[in-house]
Design a protein around this ligand. Sequence first.
Ligand code: SAM
Length: 248
Amino acid sequence: SGILYIVPTPIGNLADISARAIDILTHVDLIAAEDTRHSSLLLQHYSIKTSTISLHEHNEAQRTQTLVEKLKQGLSIALISDAGTPLISDPGYTLVNTCRQKGLNVIALPGPCALVTALSASGLPTDKFTFQGFLPVKQKAKLEALQECISLAMTCIFYESPRRVKSTVEMCIEQLPNNHKMVLAKELSKRFETFISGQASDILDWLEADLSHQKGEFVLMIYCPKKHNDDIPIAAKDLLKQLLVDMP
Ligand code: SAM
């Protein structure tokens, strides 16, 4: 059968596409793109003339069947999304899952991804982290996501829309413990790339300092160290136990 290639594309800086990605996009039989018009700019820029077909949230189930048939016939297909790595808060899961179940070849190229780019330069712990895509829009679900983040005691990475970033940071001020750290990464690989670090209140101050600060693309990262309600020395604890026993 043919090969399905997962091809990451730039998240802001057009130069961030790999030589291998250009080669694959040029030589496959078909490119499945989240938005064919959006991707035509990138393809034109690199003089890639391969035909495109759309594969987005709303047609993925049906498109998967078409593309699987083509792969079975021996055609090679590249999957791209509007930006970054396909399947990461982007379409493609149904297609890849189906290909794997049917034993078809899938090859992923390494490349741009906003969460890894943001994390690697954040200054927050990188040894363990979680990524949960976009924060929920509904307040209750968002609250639960933040509470989970507190209990995990590791760097939690979220994508957040410019429409909600301010209210989310306000919720963080109310909910996060005093020892939390927060980093907001904005416009990665673009002209106005910015990392703001501190506590939620510092991030809010920055967002409110200039309306332009609330526009663009954001990755929000939160780290809450483990709670040490157990900082009492063992000797002191033993003494307390003894006192409790001895007390009338
Ligand atoms: N597939 C992409 C990836 O690999 O990162 C993510 C796609 S998701 C639909 C788009 C979200 O990713 C944006 O709303 C933003 O939260 C984040 N994002 C994408 N590009 C970014 C950039 N250049 N700077 C900051 N965040 C970015």
